[in-house]
Design a protein around this ligand. Sequence first.
Ligand SMILES: [Zn+2]
Length: 297
Amino acid sequence: MRAKRSKQYKKLIQQYQLHHGFREPYQVLVDADLVHDAERFTMDLQAGLERTLHGKVKIMITQCCIRHLYSKNKEPGVNRAIDLAKTFERRRCGHRPDDFAEALSTLDCLSHVVDEKGRGENKHRYVVATQDQNVRRYMRTVSGVPLIYINRSVMIMEPMSETTAKVGASAERAKFRSELRKSTSETTGEKRKRDDSDDNDNDNEDNDDDASGDDDKSAKVDKVDKSEEKKKKKKAFGVKGPNPLSVKKKKKPTAPGGSAKPKTADDGAPKKKRIRKHKAQPADGAAPATAEVSAEA
Ligand SMILES: [Zn+2]
């Protein structure tokens, strides 16, 4: 079970790498409750995150989130959580105590930090580790935000949100198209063949996944590209194909033509020989006989 989950997470983070530009060390934004829970369950937060994300991580905490910890410092175990949080990189969210008498809620702070411009993009490629369900619900609407939480001392990474998966799928299609264009401009025949088979597979996947109008169009575009490619290929083969055949045919006439100069002398001789052979075939000894005769003469 555990190994299976680990495998799933590895696949997940690979998707984030492929389509959303995630790179190690992964920047993980943690909230106050998650740090507190990690302390309560005596989890090694750094190690747990690195196991879950299958790579190096840089844990970060916003000014607001660390203020949440300070505000609860009378609760048991929070002081240790504060000590731990102090070792993390502080993410300046800009919500300074001078301007905000009270720290912003985790939702308000993290939504501002992750999606600064409110475009539904995770520009800085943060992983968000939060115990707050509302925060996770919001982050699912932002594309490309890996989400982590702790459930009874078990670290969980959420499956990719629909918003994120959609972006990934369209990014994948765009990639295929650009690769197709590349492959048509390449001149090596073998590489083209391999690309072709890959693209066919991926096209099928696309068609299975979604049937929206845009997708159909893109699939058609791909097909057109491919048919063009095939035409080009056929032409290439066509040029190659007839040449060896025609060259062979030409060689036969050219050979006697080429030897025509020396044959001027021999021309008469082979013809006579052939005639002799026909006549001589029943009596094969005739030829040597004539030779003998000539020798005798
Ligand atoms: Zn803040």
